[in-house]
Design a protein around this ligand. Sequence first.
Ligand code: AHR
Length: 650
Amino acid sequence: MRTKRAILLIPALCSLLSSFAQPRPISPDIFGIFFEDLNYAADGGLYAELVQNRSFEYSPSDRARNGSLGADNWNPYTAWTLQRHNSIENLSIETAHPLNANNPHYLLLDVATPGTQGCGIANEGFDGMVLKKDLPYDFSVWLRNFSQSPGVKATVALRGKDGQTLAIDSLTLSSRDQWQKYSLTLRPEAAADSAQLVLLFHQPVRVGVDMVSLFPTDTFKGHKNGLRADLAQTIADIHPKFVRFPGGCLAHGDGLTNIYRWKRTIGPVEQRVAEPNIWRYSQTHGLGYHEFLQFCEDIGAKPLPVIAAGVSCQNSALCRGTGQEAIPMEEMPAFIQDILDLVEYCNGSADSEWGRRRAEAGHPQPFNLEYIGIGNEDHITPEFEERFAMIARALRDAYPQVKIVGTSGPDPSGEDFDKGWEAMRANDVEVVDEHYYRRPSWFLDNLTRYDGYDRRGPKVYVGEYASRANRLENALAEAAYMTQLERNGDVVEFASYAPLLARIGHTQWNPDLIYFDGKGVYPTVNYYVQQLFGQNSGEQYVDGVLPEGLRTASAVIDPSTGSLIIKMVNPTAAEQTVPLDLSVVKNIKGKKGATLTLLSGPDPKASNTRENPSSVLPSTTEFILPSLRSAFSYAMPPYSLSVLRIPLKK
Ligand code: AHR
C-alpha cells in the first residue's frame, strides 16, 4: 500500500544527473500548511463573510469554562446594535418557530412605531467592515413576518463611520407568516474601513430576522460563500502541497459534544450548525468541509482532513492534559460511519449518497482524497488506542487506498510520543504526526533528528512546529530545520508550520505565520521561509553538491521546472562560506541563468509587523555560477537564507 518511490525514479530524470550523483527520491508533497480556526482564522478571517454573529447564535456559554462565564460581552446580540430613531419597539432573541432545527436562535423585532427613519438593527462586522468603492456586495437575510403586516418596507444600507450612507436599497416584506430569503446587491460609493450594515423597517411589524449576510463579490476564485481573496492568495503563494484542516485541538474538540463533526459543516449555510470551538468563540462553519476541499483544489494542494480518534482533546474544559473523554463504545459505529461517509463525500461518484451531496454543492467530480488524519496529538490512553484501532480497521476495510496519518502526542519525545509511535506501528499507519513548539536553539540542536529514523516504518508528518517568535532568528532556525526535513525527505512525508493565521486584536496564540486585520495581510519573516521552501521544493535529493556533514543546507531537484535548487542557511552573525560542488550534476545548462533569492538582514531580532510589514523581505538577483567543473565557495551573508535555483538541461 505504501508508495515505493524508488520505482518513480523515471529514466528521464536519472539522465539529468551524472552516475556519481544519483538523486534520492524524497516526498514530492513535503511542504504544506495547517489551517485551524484559532485567532479568528475562519470567521473574521479567511471566510469572507462580513457580518459577525449573523445568525444570533453567539452564547455566553461559548466562553464558559469550569462554570465561569467569560467576563466579556458575548451573547446573541454581540456585534449588533438597535437602531431606534424615536421608535417604539421590543427586541428579543427567540427560539420558537426557528428557521430550522440547526439554526435555533433568531432575532425578533416587534416594531410598534417605526420612528422617523425606521427601526432596526446594525451590524459592525469584525472590528468594523472594510468596504471597497464600487465593488458589488451580496446582501441576504431570512425574514419572517409574524404579524403578517402587508406592504412592510425595509431598507438595507451600508453606513460609514460618520453616519454617511455608502449604499442603500430596499425590499418589501411578504405578508406570509413564513421564513423567506431576501437578497440584493449593494455597491458602496466610497471606500470605508469602519462601516456598518443597517437593516431598518418602516412600518409596524413583528418580524423574525436570521442569517444576515454581506459578502464581497471579489472572493478568491469568485466562489459564492467564498474566501477572502487577499488572505487566500497569500496562502496560495506558499505553494503548499497539502492543507491539513480543520485543526488541531479544534478537531478533537472541547469534550465529547464539541468534537468537530464534518456533516454539520456542509450544505446550505443556513442549515449548518453554528457552535463554539475549543478556542472559546463561535464558529459558523460557513467555511466548512466543502469550502476547505474546494480551496485545496483551487491552490493545487492535497486535502488532509483531521478527524478525532474517538476521543476529545485532553485539554478539554481547561484540564491541561487530563480532560480527554472517550466516545462510548455503543456510539462508535455511528462515529466511524461518519468518517467513511466523509471519504465517500470526497471520493464517491455523484450517484453515491454522499457523493451526491458533494455534487449538489456544485462539485460533481470527486476531490480525490488520498490521506486522512486520525487524531491530533492525543494523550495516548487505552481508550484512545482502542478507538484509534477501530477507526483504522474500518478505513482499511472500506478504503484501503486512503492513507492514514496517525498521531504521537503533543511533544517530540516522552511517554505519549513513545506510546503513540508504538500504537501507530501496531496499526500499520502510513504516516505519523509529530508536533513541537520549541525555542530556536532546539531546532538548531536537533538538525539530525530524522537521520536515524527507521526507513522501514511509517513516514513522518511534522504537523505542527514553530520556534516561538516571529523574528528573523526564529525564521532562520526553522529554515535550517527545514533543510533537514528535505534531506530526510525519504522518511519525512509532510511538514507544516503552526498556527497559520491570526487576526490582530483577536490573537490567542503567538507566534503565527500570517497576521491580518480587516484591511490588510502582514506576512511574517517565518512566512517568507515557508514560501521560499514551498516555491522551491523538489522531488529528489542530490548528495555531493554540499559538503557531507553540513546540516543547514539542502540540494534538491525539481523535475517540473528542471532545476537544481540549493538552500543554505546561516543563522550566525558572521559570514560563512560553503563549498559548492556542481560537478556532480552533469546537465547544468550553463553558468548563466541561475537566480539567487536571499532572505536576510543585519538584525536577528527584526520582524515584520503591521506597522513595518517589510522589515525583512526576500529579494532575487541573477547569479553567475563561478564554475561547473570544480567546487567554488559561496559566501552566506550573516543571518541569511539563500536559495540558489539553477536550470538544468531537460
Ligand atoms: O496550533 C495550535 C494548537 O497547538 C493546536 O490546536 C494543537 O494541536 C497544538 O497544541
